[in-house]
Write a protein that binds this ligand. Sequence first.
Ligand code: PNW
Length: 455
Amino acid sequence: MDNKPTFLWGVATSSYQIEGAVAEDGRSPSIWDTFSATPGTVLRGATGAVACDHYHRMPEDVALMAELGIDVYRFSIAWPRVQPGGSGPVNPAGIAFYDRLVDELLANDITPWVTLYHWDLPQELEDAGGWPNRDTAYRFADYAGLTYDALGDRVQQWTTMNEPWCSAMLGYVVGAHAPGRQDARAGMRAVHHLLLGHGLASQVIREKAAAQDRLDGLEVGITLNLGVATPASDSAEDKAAARWEDGLSNRLYLDPLLRGEYPADIATKVAELGSPLPVQDGDLAVIAQPVDVLGINYYSSRLVRSTPVGDNGWPTPEAVDRDVERTAMGWEVTPEALTDLLLRLEREYPGPDWYITENGAAYDDQPDANGYVDDTDRTNYLRSHIDAALAARAQGVNLKGYFAWSLMDNFEWAFGYDRRFGIVRVDYETQQRTPKRSARYYADRIAAHKANEAG
Ligand code: PNW
């Protein structure tokens, strides 16, 4: 009998957000070390220098996951640990950490799911031009190969990029994330080179796996942050605003990856605005490598209306407030839109296995004297979104799993430690971990689902 579960339950984290130990075992600085050390970038001047100290507490954190009963752990690998400076040979002391992590997970019956890039680009590569520089895509493929060489005997799930929209738009256009640039032209170059890096890395991983007879069970893919933009009215302007937002945040990634072409409306418009996608012959064939797994990070959706174009001529859709609950990020709680999104993906982009690779919420947690958080708000958020995801699955969407973001409170990028997404509380003074009510809920939900599937 095949007793492999048909739906996988997991938790997710990322390297810079939890590890700390930024100068240990040969790790070189990443763009997030540089950015967070720059005054005025991150709330209260927070950095990831210590974060959750996961680098030194990894076995304890894996034990926590085992208690929750999860099937799979999605974590990211810090490029500047594995290949300091972003080029050259593997750093044995750096890869050793992930080697131990993978072994610890397997010993606890947890499947390791690797993300190769969750935003910690080696600073040296940014100094050479960063993602707007085409060479970074080739550097990334090289790093992917080194990492596969070290872990490919035990890891079968490989995600190349986490949320290229965030890297390109927040990093190079808006400047709210590292490296903090504000240059639309650089941003569109980054979009294309992130996607190219994904394609090149996918090729390298598949070639190496094939050469070692390890294609069976190998799953290569990418994770996108996808949303739903609904026009605030029936006016042509508001519909165009919603279509633009959908184009820039969803179709600009889905179309090249899954259809082998950029969406014509967006590609034409950004070129007119002086920020063309720097496509060379053959690039789209590289980008459109088979995607085994398309990961979806879902948090919220927006009702949008059009506004006059900005000084630079770019459309600037604006969110219209709805009368719904919001999280501490100010994001509206909209689980129904997740069902709609999944149904749309299956209809318009059929083929990949879909996974929710992140979903969760920040709330203003109030711990009791023991550090316990009775987070009914986060519990309700998880419940309604898991229900919404499973509803889409019941309607035929090929959804294969769900990951809660995040295992534990961590460095929430520009918001530092002021926003808590964990289902486990972290006391940053003592580094004590305390599961919240939401962690208990999640563990019970997983157990109930498994009992149901078995019976
Ligand atoms: C994702 N936005 O980031 C990331 O993958 C996580 O590392 C992060 O902690 C989590 O969501 C919660 O924020 C995003 O501004 C950051 O639209 C910002 C946006 C979206 C996703």
